[in-house]
Design a protein around this ligand. Structure first.
Ligand code: GCU
Length: 353
């Protein structure tokens, strides 16, 4: 049934390029289209400072070091800061870090198998999203004022600000000697999966960009999408987006782009998209379709994007043999241990040397 639906759907092609150089020349205008129409301007990167405020050298049965760090910066005459929790496995080698956009602050969370992640040799930097900026219409606290005049059509919404914080976290991580700069990862679930995609599209230092169940205005193609629609998301969560986005409610086909542009901006790096079969609100078929439609960007580099085009995977199956990895998990909308394991397996197999 879903596969039949897929056949009847069309998405606009990616902007035309015939070489990596041409594609890279298009990147700025593609990013601008995303900013102007959907997420709002991405504030310019500025230098950060970091201060460790808490340390535990014997974390996780002495297998890791825990540090709470305040990241600070100045932007347009104001000072901002937000906390990040860093967990470093005690290993005598560089480690790939997950910049984990997280719904909850505590490290011990049932959606974050921290012990398992550490024992597999990854570091974790937890960016608790509400400690960056509230998940609401308040643009006065946290990083909110960076949005400037929120009546401007392209004013940044909260997704852009959370993504900005993930990039500033990368700035800091890259100063740590144990951080493997070639294998930096950004990951998030749902609204934070949308955020991870926006961050990864803008910030090419992330070698792996991971979206779990990000759905509407995330990995899923908007045209013809089932479940949550542009009209619904912009009426319930207007503050996630640039004000202009709401103008396309019910007029999706007039958008000058679709979400596969966002995915394609990860090329030629690795992109992982996970869906859950019962998550009809996010719409796995539209996420899959988007991965398929983004693939030509990797082809420009002679790399395989999504390898299996013809049908959606059955629940439990994964298509992890291209630069775009897609999996469909049985069950509902959440970031499961299974999802984490799939992502870690993929990264372990595809790490940059
Ligand atoms: C709501 C919203 C989704 C979002 C989700 C989440 O369901 O409609 O777009 O992804 O919240 O963040 O959990």
């Amino acid at each position: 049934m879903l596969n039949e639906l897929l056949k009847s759907r069309t998405v606009p092609p990616l902007p035309l390029a015939s070489s990596p150089a041409e594609w890279e020349a298009l990147r700025p205008e593609m990013l601008k289209a995303l900013q102007d129409n959907i997420y709002g301007r991405m504030p310019a990167a500025v230098p950060v400072t970091a201060k460790v405020t808490e340390t535990d050298d014997t974390f996780l049965a002495n297998r890791a070091i825990y540090e709470k760090v305040t990241i600070s910066f100045d932007y347009e005459g104001r000072s901002y800061s937000f906390p990040v929790q860093v967990i470093q496995p005690k290993l005598r080698r560089k480690v790939p870090y997950f910049v984990t956009l997280s719904f909850r602050e505590p490290v011990f969370d049932r959606y974050l198998p921290a012990e398992e992640i550490i024992s597999r040799g990854f570091g974790i930097a937890i960016v608790h999203y509400k400690s960056v900026a509230g998940d609401d219409n308040d643009f006065e606290s946290g990083l909110g004022p960076m949005a400037g005049d929120r009546t401007a059509p392209d004013a940044p919404g909260k997704i852009a600000l959370w993504a900005y914080a993930a990039s500033r976290t990368a700035d800091y991580l890259l100063t740590r000697p144990e951080c493997d700069a070639k294998n930096l990862i950004v990951i998030g679930h749902s609204r934070l999966g949308k955020t991870a995609l926006v961050c990864g599209a803008h910030d090419e230092r992330f070698a792996f960009v991971i979206s779990n169940d990000s759905g509407c205005s995330g990995a899923a193609v908007t045209r013809g999408k089932c479940g949550e629609s542009l009209a619904r998301i912009t009426s319930v969560f207007p503050y996630w987006f640039a004000p202009r986005y709401a103008e396309f409610a019910g007029r999706e086909t007039e958008l000058p782009l679709d979400q596969h542009w966002l995915l394609a901006l990860t090329a030629p790096r690795h992109l992982l998209v996970g869906s859950a079969v019962e998550d009809t609100w996010a719409d796995p078929a539209s996420e899959f379709l988007s991965c398929r439609a983004a693939s030509p960007a990797w082809a420009l580099y002679g790399l395989p994007g999504l390898r299996s085009f013809d049908r959606l995977p059955v629940p439990g199956e994964k298509y992890h043999d291209g630069y775009i990895g897609y999996h469909l998990r049985p069950g509902a909308h959440f970031m499961a241990r299974t999802d984490w394991c799939r992502y870690m397996d993929y990264i372990a197999a595809n790490k940059n040397k």
